[in-house]
Design a protein around this ligand. Structure first.
Ligand code: SME
Length: 151
């Protein structure tokens, strides 16, 4: 997968003067979902540090019941606490995992930092087993660095 060609699209969305922030986030989800064949669900969760919960933001893919996730719970909740990327090649091998759909086989979550604070994350589910590489991590870190400018 050549992610470099998506960099300019991401920057155009971020710099768009007419879209509101959530519209930009949704446009990024759509861009990723449409251009990366194994990105089957793409969404953002945002942290409420007072209540220690994550809240679903803009997303593309199957609707999920998991619109609020406590810190520590599931892959997303663990990233809220660890501040580290979490790549799950095979979700069936995870104990602390929140299943959204039986079609999901793997997941990647990359935290979103604004001024060094973990304010949320981008979450991607795939219907393929073990599709994610370090290139996905570097690309999603780039996406989140761009998104951070919106906050
Ligand atoms: N699987 C996630 C829950 C969110 S859904 O993937 C949209 C988790 O274990 O945190």
């Amino acid at each position: 997968m050549d992610f470099s060609k998506l960099h300019s699209n991401i920057i155009s969305i971020i710099e768009n003067k007419t879209l509101k922030r959530d519209e930009k986030l949704l446009a990024i989800c759509e861009l990723l979902n449409q251009n990366v064949p194994y990105y089957n669900w793409v969404g953002f969760y945002f942290a409420n540090h007072e209540t220690q919960t994550l809240h679903l933001g803009p997303y593309v893919g199957a609707p999920t019941d998991h619109t609020v996730i406590p810190f520590g719970k599931g892959i997303c909740g663990q990233v809220a606490v660890s501040n580290n990327n979490f790549v799950v090649p095979d979700v069936s091998a995870q104990d602390n995992y929140i299943a959204c759909s039986f079609t999901v086989k793997s997941e990647i979550v990359v935290p979103l930092f604004v001024n060094g604070i973990n304010i949320g994350q981008i979450d991607i589910d795939s219907h393929e087993i073990d599709p994610f590489t370090s290139e996905d991590e570097r690309f999603l870190e780039f996406v989140n660095q761009q998104v951070a400018q919106l906050f």
